[in-house]
Design a protein around this ligand. Structure first.
Ligand SMILES: [Zn+2]
Length: 220
């Protein structure tokens, strides 16, 4: 599928589909950093994460164009799921149990997704595939739901972290050897934090110098 010049290029540093999805809202305090604004954004995310097969994207885009109301409902469902997943994983990163209401919402969405799973023969192997002959607009959410259910029930959930950057709510799977990754990415939050530390050291040094020159008195 050709790259769409107009769609947002999603940062997939979460390491797992469901976390990358939670990260489609960069900074939860700021609506302008929400990258799921149109149904086409959801399709772009699904394409960039490899969740769409063949010409599925074109078919879903066609359906969305023909029924904007249904597309808006599917997008709203996607955003609800995203915030649900964010709260659940954020609780886990803080060693808290997810809220019952959040788990209930996730559980309510699982049956539809899992009822679409099929075993399919591909190149001599059997693989999981999604049966969607009717092209439902919610189809891009199914792999995300499955990814979330799998991560939540695996040992790897203990390696989910929330970025240590101020005002950054990004989640990621810490696969670093000594489990010491702190930032969603070194380029953004890591470097910002380094710059802040540097600035703090500088201003403390400046204060020390100001103090010592004040304490040193005016000789002469
Ligand atoms: Zn960050």
């Amino acid at each position: 599928m050709e790259e769409d010049q107009h769609s947002h290029s999603f940062d997939l540093s979460g390491g797992v589909l469901c976390l990358d999805f939670a990260n489609t809202w960069s900074d939860r305090g700021r609506p302008d950093t929400d990258h799921l604004r149109e149904y086409s954004d959801l399709l772009a995310f699904a394409r960039q994460t490899g969740a769409l097969r063949g010409n599925e994207e074109d078919r879903l885009a066609g359906r969305a164009a023909g029924d904007p109301q249904a597309a808006a409902a599917a997008l709203a469902q996607a955003c609800d799921l995203r915030e649900d997943l964010y709260r659940i994983f954020s609780a886990i990163t803080a060693s808290r149990a997810p809220a019952d209401s959040d788990l209930e919402r996730l559980n309510a969405a699982l049956p539809e997704a899992f009822s679409r799973l099929r075993l399919q023969s591909r190149g001599g192997d059997l693989v999981w595939a999604w049966a969607a002959p009717d092209d439902p607009l919610e189809a891009p959410l199914w792999p995300i739901l499955r990814s979330a259910a799998e991560l939540l029930t695996s040992e790897e959930r203990k390696q989910v972290r929330e970025c240590a950057g101020t005002a950054c709510t990004w989640l990621f799977l810490d696969r670093s050897r000594n489990r010491s990754r702190r930032w969603c990415s070194m380029e953004s939050c890591g470097n910002r934090a380094k710059a802040r530390r540097h600035y703090r050291r500088r201003s403390e040094t400046d204060k020390d110098q100001a103090r010592s020159s004040a304490g040193g008195g005016t000789s002469g």
